[in-house]
Design a protein around this ligand. Structure first.
Ligand code: SF4
Ligand code: SF4
Length: 373
């Protein structure tokens, strides 16, 4: 049964959509979007869904995640309905709807709460990190108020909630995508569909088509300045750093061995992460295009967290290399660890979650549309 939610239009503005009701269905946005196809008519189709309050149609759509929110469509809309921003808002709405605790909804919709929550979290993580050095004066002071076992168990509970939230969210999305079968559509094998997904993540083949339109702001810019490459740098920079950290942990790498493969991987990945996040922050501060000008505070803070994690990580790397023992290093390491832990803990409750939702949606899309693009 199709459910209509009359309050959806006002709800989605809280996630960052502009006046999408101004749309008069001219189709310019769909015509300019290099990612749309006969079977995936967006963003116009999603604007119709929004106007009609068909939120379930949005949540069970794999096509929603084909959009990279590049914003090209917003530049050409004659009604200033900002369809690109609307698509970005739908991504936030979907992440918040799949996640089961309701925390993401609150954080996306309430700026003040978001700032308060991330600040308190940083404080709690700082306390937690001090307790890892039980003989430190701050730790002894903390243990007088809260026993070690309580702090330890709280940490376990928080990490479990984060992990379960992302698994639950994925299950939620999976069930919706499964319920949205496209009738007689041809099915491609799981293997070939996953190959397409990894090919897309490795090369951003679809995202690259966004810059080719005649009217695109990015058309004549060099590849290293284009949004697809910036996105690629941030994504692979972060994945590389995670892999390097895991390898360090598993192989017990001595922290001072600079040429250890895991550390070379970490250095390269860190450079890509810093480059990508710096460029994104620069484009946002310069309001390079409408999609960079109109962003959500939660997305901005997330980006700053990535940049700080990358920068402080490099600071530590350089300090180790040059045996530079400045007292500030302890605080920089503390900031690095707090921000990195916040990123992990906020994974299920922030824009970060698109890192698992988009591949799943792409998989179902490629099951029916192999090599269409
Ligand atoms: S270009 Fe603007 S007015 Fe035209 S269909 Fe797209 S959102 Fe609607
Ligand atoms: S934001 Fe970019 S990818 Fe998304 S619908 Fe608009 S033009 Fe297409």
């Amino acid at each position: 049964m199709t459910r209509i939610d009359p309050g959806f239009a006002s709800e989605i503005t809280k996630y960052g959509a502009s006046d999408f009701n101004a749309c008069f269905n001219c189709g310019n946005c769909t015509a300019i979007c290099g990612l749309t196809a006969n079977d995936a008519n967006f963003p116009r189709m999603f604007i119709r869904y929004g106007m009609l309050g068909l939120k379930e149609e949005i949540l069970k759509s794999k096509e929603l995640w084909l959009c990279y929110a590049c914003g090209d469509c917003s530049e050409t809309c004659p009604r200033q309905a900002a369809p690109g921003n609307y698509m970005a808002a739908l991504h936030r709405y979907a992440i918040a709807s799949y996640e089961p605790t309701g925390l993401t909804k609150l954080l996306f919709k309430n700026k003040l709460l978001f700032i308060l929550f991330t600040s308190i979290m940083a404080l709690v993580l700082g306390v937690f990190l001090f307790t890892l050095k039980p003989d430190h004066v701050v730790s002894r002071w903390i243990f007088k108020m809260i026993p070690y076992a309580v702090i330890h168990n709280m940490g376990l509970v928080i990490f479990t909630i984060t992990g379960m939230s992302i698994i639950w969210g994925l299950l939620n999305m999976f069930l919706r995508l499964k319920s949205n079968k496209s009738g007689e559509a041809k099915k491609n094998s799981c293997l070939s569909s996953w190959k397409e997904v990894f090919g897309e993540l490795a090369t951003m083949k679809r995202y690259r088509t966004c810059d080719l339109e005649e009217d695109s702001y990015w058309k004549d810019k060099p590849a290293f300045q284009k949004p697809w490459f910036i996105h690629w740098s941030v994504m692979w920079g972060f994945i590389g750093l995670l892999a390097a950290t895991l390898l360090d942990f598993l192989l017990k790498d001595p922290a001072t061995t600079t040429w250890w493969p895991a550390r070379i991987l970490g250095t390269l990945a860190g450079l890509f992460l810093i480059y990508g996040t710096s460029m994104m922050l620069l484009y946002r501060s310069r309001k390079a295009t409408r999609s960079y000008a109109e962003t959500n505070i939660a997305d901005n803070v997330f980006l700053w967290f990535l940049w700080i994690a990358g920068f402080t990580g490099f600071w530590m790397e350089i300090s180790v290399f040059f045996t530079f023992n400045h007292p500030a290093n302890h605080y920089i390491l503390l900031v690095h660890t707090i921000i990195s832990m916040e990123l992990v803990l906020l994974f299920a409750f922030s824009k970060f979650a698109h890192a698992v939702y988009r591949p799943l949606a792409l998989f179902y899309y490629f099951r029916e549309n192999l090599s269409n693009n």
